[in-house]
Design a protein around this ligand. Structure first.
Ligand SMILES: [Zn+2]
Length: 48
């Protein structure tokens, strides 16, 4: 899933901000709307 290349790039540079934005909202990512943890969250966690 690569709908937001810019967002994925920001994951590499500021993982904490991504984790703050891509919050768990009743099981869905507050930003992506996909099942949480979303791809961005998992990437940010991997690089933090
Ligand atoms: Zn997300």
């Amino acid at each position: 899933m690569e709908r937001e290349p810019a967002a994925l790039l920001s994951v590499l540079t500021d993982g904490n901000a991504v984790l703050n934005d891509h919050a768990d909202d009743a099981g869905l990512c507050a930003v992506c709307g996909s099942a949480w943890p979303c791809d961005a969250t998992r990437l940010a966690g991997a690089f933090r």
